[in-house]
Design a protein around this ligand. Structure first.
Ligand code: SAM
Length: 234
């Protein structure tokens, strides 16, 4: 019986890969990639850096699998599995399906009784939460927020009205964070916001400060990838 492996890859630092992920990357026949070029570079790096860990050194067949072709590729992947070929899925960074493509594939594979196996590893949401100093007893992950002011404000109001004491986390672009913080301030006031930036990379930083600080700081654009967190209090 063939398997679909969801393989987590680094969110920055290429050394953040598990031994099991490495071995699986080189043992599957087919590897579905959000970006085949990026994944090929990563595989070449591992092949050069850790040849002794790899019994199998053949780069699998790389097939493009991203948000806008996921639907068309479902039958192709099911056919590979029916032909007893093991298939891996990677995204550009972190854990596949977490604000990344793959959910529909996992669903249809499970419905067709194929094994879907996790090869866990990095995910920016968990990395940021774990070093934030915010309680992780309860957290709400929103992925990428809707861009329209009305839709976003509705989310903030629902969270505020829920009166749940929880950590709220979302992925945000450096170009939109200013607008998003404006919307949050309207509903929650000048609360403290944590921004985890460039995790596992050279310029990694995590700063917690009131929205008023961020208004000042954002006069100069923030660079890199961000995770934003705050505590929604009663
Ligand atoms: N699947 C990924 C995961 O498991 O974290 C997330 C993919 S999502 C398309 C990419 C977003 O994750 C970025 O826009 C950013 O918000 C966040 N992200 C990814 N890598 C990051 C990093 N090294 N530092 C901070 N945030 C990161």
């Amino acid at each position: 019986m063939s398997n679909l492996y969801l393989i987590a890859t680094p969110i920055g630092n290429r050394l953040d890969i598990t031994v099991r992920a490495l071995k699986t990357l080189f043992s599957v026949e087919i590897l579905l990639c959000e970006d085949t070029h990026k994944t090929k570079q990563l595989l070449d790096f591992y092949l050069q850096s850790f040849p002794d860990l790899l019994t199998d050194k053949t780069i699998p067949q790389l097939i493009s699998f991203f948000e806008h072709n996921e639907e068309q590729k479902l039958n192709l992947v099911l056919n590979f599995l029916k032909q007893d070929k093991n298939v891996g899925l990677v995204s550009n960074a972190g854990t596949p399906t977490i604000s990344d493509p793959g959910f529909r594939l996992v669903k249809i594979c499970r419905e067709n009784k194929f094994n879907v196996i996790t090869i866990p590893g990095p995910s920016a949401v968990i990395a940021a939460l774990s070093i934030s100093g915010l309680s992780s007893d309860k957290f709400l992950f929103l992925g990428f927020l809707p861009r329209k002011t009305g839709k976003q404000t509705k989310i903030w109001e629902e969270i505020k009205n829920s009166k749940l004491d929880q950590t709220v986390i979302f992925y945000e672009s450096p170009f939109r964070i200013g607008k998003t913080l404006e919307h949050i301030k309207v509903v929650f006031g000048n609360i403290e916001i944590t921004v985890a930036r460039e995790l596992t990379k050279i310029h990694e930083e995590l700063v917690t400060a009131p929205i008023s600080f961020w208004e000042e700081r954002l006069q100069r654009p923030l660079k890199g990838e961000l995770v934003v967190l705050f505590r929604s209090e009663k």
